[in-house]
Write a protein that binds this ligand. Structure first.
Ligand SMILES: [Zn+2]
Length: 363
């Protein structure tokens, strides 16, 4: 037995009993339960990992679902929240050659395997490891530091700040994937973007305009209408004042639009189908007003519509989004920047849609 020193510890004991360094994290503890607390700091990154000092985490509806508690989510609580983030690299594993301390990186939102056919083919969001969304199934990004495989980080262009980069993995990346990989949006086409004041709506208006499309968008207030027009929307419809599908048909000479950008669900679904032209494409990445909607099958086959589900994005979509943010062809629309202590208030506002653009937590 080792003799204790005056301070009550021996050199051996102090090495084994000393508390680990700790970092701050936001933890989901149960249904609508959140805790800001301390977790152990990460150790040295593994050979293929980098250590990131996380600077900015953008809030998304998936955070609201994760916080509300979704029956289908298999996960262990408490869980570190946060699904969309950027930060700067502070250390690299010994096998990492293409990242350096000081690099600002955006973080891919799912822990993919990197080895399945989909991953090898660059279709990252089709990875066979489906239950590994950061902040939803596994510990997420709302913590001051973490180790992550280097291949899941995407370097931001020089000069782009972490808050802007934090909007690339979900907000802009998801829209890139929906418009360009799935709906095959082309210059000269007309798009209907639902909820133009939402985070993803503000990205969709800008990415569609930058691609040369005409944009019709819906919003829920006159104040949001002004801001959506400032972002470049050609026509803005206040859905509380008129039926959007009627207005869309008038604006398009009764033809309808080429593409509908859906993420609202039951309250807009029927009208979205009626807004499409023959052969039009509807692409959806979410359903914030419920999960079941009726589809008029006559309309579906007679009008030869295409309904496309979209979830997440690829690393290539994030690279493209970062490039456009870096060039300034699109810009982040920030509702508010908040501290980690205001996370619950931020999630409440997002749930009630009292936002224009993104809420970003800085760390
Ligand atoms: Zn994979």
């Amino acid at each position: 037995m080792q003799e204790a020193s005056d301070c009550g510890c021996s050199s051996t004991a102090s090495a084994s009993l000393a508390p680990h360094g700790s970092i701050i994290a936001a933890l989901v503890t149960g249904e609508r339960g959140l805790m800001i607390g301390e977790i152990p700091e990460p150790g040295r990154p593994a050979p293929d990992e980098v250590q990131v000092r996380i600077r900015a985490v953008a809030l998304n509806h998936i955070d609201v679902w994760g916080w509300r508690g979704m029956a289908f989510a298999k996960r262990n609580l408490p869980l570190v929240a946060g699904a969309e983030a950027a930060g700067d690299i502070v250390a690299v594993g010994e096998a990492v050659t293409d990242r350096s301390p000081g690099d600002i990186v955006a973080l891919y939102g799912a822990k993919t395997c990197g080895t399945c056919p989909a991953c090898l083919d660059g279709r990252d969001n089709f990875c066979e490891t489906m239950d590994a969304i950061y902040g939803f199934h596994i510990d997420g990004f709302l913590r001051t530091a973490m180790n992550i495989p280097a291949r899941l980080t995407v370097k931001a262009p020089d000069g782009l700040d972490a808050i802007s980069a934090a909007l690339a993995p979900i907000t802009f990346g998801t829209v890139e994937h929906m418009f360009f990989d799935n709906a095959k949006l082309k210059s000269g086409e007309t798009v209907l973007v639902h909820a133009g004041g939402s985070g993803i709506g503000t990205a969709a208006i800008q990415l569609a305009k930058a691609a040369g499309a005409t944009v019709i968008t819906t919003v829920g207030s006159d104040e949001k209408a002004v801001r959506a027009a400032e972002l470049g929307a050609d026509h803005v419809i206040n859905y509380n004042q008129e039926r959007f599908e009627g207005r869309v048909r008038k604006l398009t000479g009764r033809k309808g639009v080429d593409v509908v950008f859906e993420h609202v669900g039951p309250t807009t679904w029927g009208g979205s189908l009626l807004s499409l032209k023959r052969g039009g494409r509807l692409v959806t990445c979410g359903s914030t007003t419920g999960i079941t909607a009726e589809t008029n099958l006559n309309l579906l086959f007679q009008q030869q519509l295409r309904l496309i589900g979209s979830f997440g994005c690829t690393l290539a979509n994030i690279r493209s989004a970062l490039e456009k943010l870096g060039q300034g062809s699109v810009r982040p629309v920030i509702d508010t920047v908040i501290g980690i202590d205001d996370l619950e208030a931020g999630l409440n506002r997002l749930e009630q849609r009292q936002v224009f653009g993104k809420i970003v937590v800085t760390l």
